[in-house]
Design a protein around this ligand. Sequence first.
Ligand SMILES: *[C@@H]1O[C@H](CO)[C@@H](O)[C@H](O)[C@H]1NC(C)=O
Ligand SMILES: *[C@@H]1O[C@H](CO)[C@@H](O)[C@H](O)[C@H]1NC(C)=O
Ligand SMILES: *[C@@H]1O[C@H](CO)[C@@H](O)[C@H](O)[C@H]1NC(C)=O
Ligand SMILES: *[C@@H]1O[C@H](CO)[C@@H](O)[C@H](O)[C@H]1NC(C)=O
Ligand SMILES: *[C@@H]1O[C@H](CO)[C@@H](O)[C@H](O)[C@H]1NC(C)=O
Length: 430
Amino acid sequence: MSLKRFFLFVFLFISPSFSALLAPITKHHIQTSRFYTLKLYLMTPLQHTDLLLHIGAKYTAVDCNHNYTSTTSWPVPCNSPLCHSLQKFQVNTTNCNITRTTRNRVPGGCVILTHNSHARVDSLALPTTNGCNQGQLRVFPKFVLTCSAEASKLLKGHAKKEIVGLAGLGYSKYSLAAQVSTTTSIFAVCLSGSPSAPGVAFFELPKPYYFLPGVDVSDHLNYTPLMFSHITTQKTNKKHFEDAYFLGVKSININGKPTAIDQTLLTINTNGKGGTRISTLDPYTVLERSIFTTFIDAFTKESTTMKLKPTKPVKPFNLCYEADDVLETYLGPNVPLVDLVMQNDVKWTIFGENSMVRIVDEGLDVWCLAFVDGGVKSVSSIVIGGHQLEDNLLQFDLGAKRLGFSSSLLQHKTMCANFNFSINSTIKLF
Ligand SMILES: *[C@@H]1O[C@H](CO)[C@@H](O)[C@H](O)[C@H]1NC(C)=O
Ligand SMILES: *[C@@H]1O[C@H](CO)[C@@H](O)[C@H](O)[C@H]1NC(C)=O
Ligand SMILES: *[C@@H]1O[C@H](CO)[C@@H](O)[C@H](O)[C@H]1NC(C)=O
Ligand SMILES: *[C@@H]1O[C@H](CO)[C@@H](O)[C@H](O)[C@H]1NC(C)=O
Ligand SMILES: *[C@@H]1O[C@H](CO)[C@@H](O)[C@H](O)[C@H]1NC(C)=O
């Protein structure tokens, strides 16, 4: 063995393998709307595809009438075992040729009535990763997705032609995370707040999660039980069915002081109502009315002790401060700390970067508390939204039924946009 080969051998033997997968996540900021898309490859020949990131969606859905041409795509036949598995308990042969709209109908195709869609199989590909860099693409030739008119409706609000569907990371065996995993899925998401520097999702990777300058975020995770429940939400008169992920939040502390919350609101009842859910579709955390009122009062009180005086609020927020009055630190504006307190006193601390949003407009420069009022009829009592998730790494371990969370990566002098997407030159040897 030549010396060069020997070193190559040693190197390959000791280096972590490129067996996991990744996808970049981009934030979009268009007028008043804020959302995240996940970039992957679909169809044959493979095409870069941007899909709306929906952490609770059961399926990955695309609008198949929207320029969908692929040589490897076929509809799942009605009454096939795959179709029965997809429909689960709702096999109804007379449903075979029916969808509520003609838009996504296929004769003899497998219909998923609850999602008003039919199922297809096609190729999907994601880059491999070792947790430090990006590797070659891995193709999944029999990826199951749905052709859904709902997907396009959900996207309408997001007014962006290039986004052709949604990426579902729910807990069903047909979610994106499950279909690219060989065992029970473990995936992580790290949302970047910057539209020009993407964050990242990792699949099939329990660790490491390296972010420049060489911080392995898997060393900085706290864990709390993850709960699962189906929920139905109503958005603009359309029902949405979700495989929602819940956390056992027991209280919300502000500057270490608990706020008075009706505990019954914090438990999930049998209809999936109540509790604390994670959502990538809500740009800001939404609190049920009574929780919201208590929260705003307590935050105002604590900020007064920090010599902060509220100014005229800017919609949709209720509490803002003049930017000139607020001190900035490496963890964002210096405001009262918010803790989500979970089982065993495990705390998710929300620093200024995640609790506040800066609004700069003509003659206006304010920091606003980035939490919104969910009203009295909210389905979930607390919905943790995108702004609060940015620059936090969340690891969903479906086997261990737990969530690993980092709290702000700024504490460790890194951020979600710091993943090194460069292709590691060593892998070009293959
Ligand atoms: C390439 O990846 C290996 C791990 O597979 C890592 O040890 C090495 O530092 C990387 N090379 C560069 C130049 O970053
Ligand atoms: C369909 O694809 C063609 C060619 O790629 C493109 O010019 C056109 O704008 C696309 N149409 C839509 C609705 O995206
Ligand atoms: C099957 O679906 C059709 C059309 O939606 C409905 O009319 C019928 O009652 C369903 N049958 C059963 C057994 O659920
Ligand atoms: C569905 O449509 C196909 C093609 O039109 C037809 O052959 C089939 O019998 C239909 N299936 C049912 C259950 O109606
Ligand atoms: C990113 O990774 C590439 C390939 O491993 C490496 O050559 C480069 O130095 C890394 N970038 C930084 C800023 O460390």
